[in-house]
Design a protein around this ligand. Structure first.
Ligand code: NDP
Ligand code: A1CAB
Length: 287
């Protein structure tokens, strides 16, 4: 029997924001089966209990139960911070079987470095870059596979992330820029929303009204790009009357180099992903 989204067993090693976003997406599926999801972390048992209460997943704390959860998984997802990658992967290495798919969501960490830390190159690995909007089915994930990943496993990983939004298979070298655009991207939008709300409040709106109007504006703008198929620049032009309010606002943004700042932010996030990956790689080589 081939493994599919409905019969696969998933074990999450790391139970923080990103793991929760994926689990929330997976468990909200029609045939999402929380009983097939087990979550582990390092020390925060209260957090695991809370996740169980909210999503109906299983969790393990004791060493024996943790080992069993890893042994029984079809897919092991590593979702810890880059700084914990070497220790976490080294501990996993003797437990992983060659037929288990290892999914990493860790920013910057290359498949080659994972193989180096595991001490072998035959582990099927899907390196991914999701985002937190996965939790509401609106995630955007880039995925790259190593040669050891079977066709079934590719399909399973793609289905797993497609179930939490959209998933695009990309060359591994492109995952850092995916991180810059969509991995970190929600934070840029939230930052802009914070500033729009602040502007509304300063202009005399109640915080509630400023928030509501901002949220609907961002939702509407994203939907306009999606549903009309028009370029953002064209849609922007349609909002901007000559000598009108939008022109005045955009000229103000230009004075602060808004567009250049956002583009540089995307590129810097990608560069930072590379730096994080290189730091782990250098540390792994010096072990
Ligand atoms: N947040 C985001 O928007 C995105 C994050 N990512 C990537 O996801 C990863 C996780 O980020 P995030 O969820 O924000 O991090 P969090 O700090 O929220 O969660 C990290 C989790 O890892 C656990 N952990 C650490 N070391 C180990 C270990 N050795 N064994 C088991 N569990 C361990 C921690 O457990 P405990 O609390 O018990 O110490 C905690 O549950 C990062 O590598 C990041 O690059 C990718 C895309 C988007
Ligand atoms: O900030 C970070 O490093 C992680 C990776 C992408 C989003 N958050």
């Amino acid at each position: 029997m081939s493994i599919t989204l409905s019969n696969a067993a998933f074990t999450f090693v790391g139970a923080g924001s990103m793991a929760e976003a994926i689990v929330r997406g997976l468990t909200s599926l029609k045939d999402g089966n929380p009983e097939r999801i087990t979550m582990l972390n390092r020390q925060d048992a209260a957090r695991l209990h809370d996740l169980q209460q909210r999503y109906g997943i299983r969790y393990a704390v004791e060493a024996e139960a943790r080992n069993l959860a890893i042994a029984q998984a079809d897919v092991v997802i590593v979702a810890f911070k880059p700084k914990d990658a070497i220790e976490g992967l080294k501990a996993l290495s003797p437990q992983l079987k060659r037929n288990q798919l290892l999914v990493s969501v860790i920013a910057g960490l290359s498949a080659a470095t994972i193989e180096d830390i595991l001490g072998r190159s035959d582990q099927p690995i899907a390196r991914t870059m999701p985002n937190t909007s996965s939790s509401i089915g609106l995630g955007a994930t880039g995925i790259a596979f190593t040669a050891a990943v079977s066709a079934d496993q590719r399909e399973l990983a793609s289905a797993m992330f497609a179930s939490t939004g959209i998933a695009a298979v990309v060359e591994e070298a492109r995952l850092d820029i995916v991180t810059g655009v969509s991995g970190s991207g929600p934070a840029y939008i939230y930052y802009m929303m914070e500033a729009m709300i602040e502007g509304g409040i300063r202009g005399g709106l109640t915080p509630e009204a400023a928030r509501q109007l901002t949220v609907q504006t961002v939702l509407g703008a994203a939907k306009m790009v999606e549903l009309t198929g028009e370029e953002p620049a064209e849609l922007r032009r349609k909002v901007t009357s000559p000598n009108g309010t939008t022109q005045a606002a955009l000229e103000t943004l230009d004075r602060f180099d808004f567009a250049a700042g956002v583009t540089q932010a995307v590129l810097r996030a990608a560069e930072r992903a590379g730096e994080l990956g290189q730091a782990i790689s250098a540390q792994a080589a010096n072990r």
